[in-house]
Structures are given as C-alpha cells and as structure tokens.
Design a protein around this ligand. Structure first.
Ligand SMILES: [Zn+2]
Length: 90
C-alpha cells in the first residue's frame, strides 16, 4: 500500500478544487476561521463583513466563473484558510 490519502497541509495560495469549494459551501464551517456559517454562504458573517466591497461582490460569481479566484482572494485577505483541514474530514 503506497497510496496516500490527500491530506495535504494547508498551503496558502495552493489551488482549491471544485470538490472542496462545493463541500465548503454546503457545510456550516467557515473556511477562514472554523466558525459557524450558514450552508450555501461562503463565509461566516464576521469574516464576510471584514472583506472589502470588491472581494465580497466577487463571492457571488459562479463556480468556474471566477468563484475560486474570488474565494482565494478573500482567504488571502483574511490570511486564514482551513480548506485543507476540512477536506481531510470524512
Ligand atoms: Zn469566519
């Protein structure tokens, strides 16, 4: 058994897959601070409110139409990401 699970550590700026984005959207876990958020919202209210207007607006783009770039920019601004921690969950 040489195959390893994809439990990479969080690397800021590393590409976030669509699977992770969809998982995060459906979950109640904020990808920036691990706080509670509503399903189908990208971030919890405090994280969302701390973003500048342009970054907030970009989060309404659709998957494949700039959403990944938008969320990466948002997480870079917040300087936090638990995407890879959440990806490793069952
Ligand atoms: Zn948050």
């Amino acid at each position: 058994m040489t195959q390893r699970q994809s439990t990479k550590p969080a690397v800021p700026g590393e590409e976030i897959t669509d699977k992770v984005l969809v998982w995060s959207l459906r979950s109640n876990l904020c990808p920036a601070c691990k706080g509670l958020k509503r399903a189908h919202n990208t971030l919890c209210p405090p994280c969302y409110r701390s973003l500048p207007y342009g970054l907030r607006n970009a989060l309404y783009d659709r998957l494949g139409q700039g959403y990944r770039e938008a969320i990466q920019a948002a997480l870079a601004h917040l300087k936090k990401s638990v995407f890879y921690a959440t990806e490793a969950r069952p």
